[in-house]
Design a protein around this ligand. Structure first.
Ligand code: LLP
Length: 421
């Protein structure tokens, strides 16, 4: 079920026509659908029922406070990878005991902030991190609950930049060394072992690599229990992919994923944690943009938009495909024509799509990039001194700005001049 649909020839977000938002907030702007966020979160909890579980939304995919609050109010936990994300989750009202802290390079300061504020567990990724965490916790008179993130050496068969579970990736502890590191963890004064963590990559469109990794985690659970560790939680990471095109892709559904989780680790009596980001937020958002010019090139026609690579970097960074929809529905029978869809940034890499068939468009027309709710706004920058793209949340007929576009004055004020200038 999709909450971005044409009604009376105009693309809507739930009950709100997108031109209404464009007229009031301006473009470019991200627009999110509450109903989609809620629905995707529920798909995961339903898929894991009746196993005891916590769905920890990956804040890195969309960290807006309103989005976090909406999911947190439904009971979601959060997966954070920095003190900044941790503090966002807390500011959104999510209690510490629903927050897991992932990431390869947690600093001592970040550990302190999470220990002080309360944390469900740290997912530790190396021995030096384990020792540092023990020292920090012990110095505060605390004990840090941990899992060790193991690297199962499984090929996630996804884009190389977002594959994390192979032995040459920087993530986790080689699964073959896990027993030794768990033994060390059990001896450290500031550490309490609570489980195992694994995350093999993002945008997986096939369940088999998950199956392989989780089967290895199940075997490890038995081994570690025999070694005397109280393995009571399994954090299975995120990574389930979404369809980026309407037509040909059909990645597995959360329900299939849940069935595979039950089959591989359901018999262990562990509490299951998962860390989905993209599947919850990705198709819950569009990036709305206006055509500035249509430019006749030598061989092709360029659609020059007011959104650029600094607003949505995925096409430039990963060669990612995002469907682009005209906000005004083209009348039946209109012949599409190929456009190179580009932004305003002074780089040829600022290209969203080449030769994309679209109905004829003109300056002032609105277009919407689909599947932009995850890794969209969070990866935006002010490159070329372009104001950070704003965000809007829709709920039924209502909508609200949940991050305003900064003014040029605000942007200028952030810099300061040294005394000698
Ligand atoms: N847990 C951990 C430890 C992660 O590293 C990630 C994503 C997730 C959960 C959430 O994965 P998801 O369910 O969203 O696939 N910027 C890239 C994606 C980077 C993903 C990094 N880690 C993109 O735009 O495709």
């Amino acid at each position: 079920m999709d909450h971005f649909l044409y009604r009376d020839g105009v693309l809507h977000a739930e009950d709100v026509p997108l031109p209404e938002i464009a007229a009031e907030v301006g473009t470019p702007v991200y627009v999110y659908s509450t109903a989609t966020l809620e629905r995707h979160y529920r798909l995961f909890t339903e898929a894991l029922d009746p196993l005891p579980h916590l769905v920890c939304f990956a804040v890195k995919s969309n960290g807006n406070l309103a989005v976090l609050k909406l999911l947190g109010d439904l009971g979601a936990g959060m997966d954070v990878v920095s003190a900044g994300e941790y503090l966002r989750a807390r500011a959104a009202g999510v209690p510490g005991d629903r927050i897991v802290f992932s990431g390869v390079g947690k600093t001592r300061d970040e550990m302190r902030i999470a220990l002080q504020g309360g944390i469900r567990q740290f997912n530790v990724e190396s021995e030096p991190e384990l020792r540092a965490l023990s020292e920090v916790a012990a110095s505060m008179g605390a004990v840090a609950p941990i899992t060790l993130r193991v690297n199962p050496d499984v090929d996630a068969r996804t884009h190389e930049k977002i594959s994390t579970g192979k032995k040459d990736n920087k993530f986790g502890i080689p699964i073959g060394r896990a027993r030794a590191v768990y033994a060390e963890a059990a001896r450290l004064p500031g550490i309490e072992v609570v489980g195992i963590d694994v995350h093999i990559g993002s945008q997986l469109t096939d369940l088999e690599p998950f199956d392989e990794a989780y089967t290895k985690v199940a075997e490890l659970t038995a081994t570690l229990r025999a070694d005397g560790h109280d393995i009571r939680r399994l954090d299975l990471g995120g990574g389930l992919g979404i369809p980026y095109t309407r037509s040909n892709e059909a990645p597995p559904l959360p329900l299939d994923y849940g069935a595979m989780v039950k089959r591989t680790v359901g018999h262990l009596g562990c509490e299951i944690e998962i860390e989905p980001g993209r599947l919850i937020s990705g198709n819950a958002g569009v990036l709305l943009s206006s055509v500035i010019y249509v430019k006749e090139g030598q061989e092709r026609e360029f659609l020059i938009l007011d959104a650029a690579m600094n607003d949505l970097v995925r096409p430039s960074m990963y060669g990612a495909h995002h469907d682009i929809l005209p906000v005004e529905e083209p009348p039946a029978g209109v012949m599409p024509q190929p456009y190179d869809v580009v932004g305003q940034v002074c780089e040829t890499g600022d290209t969203f799509a080449k030769g994309r068939p679209l109905p004829p468009l003109a300056a002032g027309d609105l277009v919407a990039f689909r599947s932009a709710g995850a890794y969209g706004a969070v990866m935006a920058s002010e490159y070329n001194a372009r104001p950070l793209v704003p965000e809007v949340l829709v709920r039924g007929p209502d909508w609200a700005v949940i991050r305003a576009r900064p003014s040029y004055e605000e942007m200028l004020k952030r810099d300061s001049l040294p005394a000698w200038l």
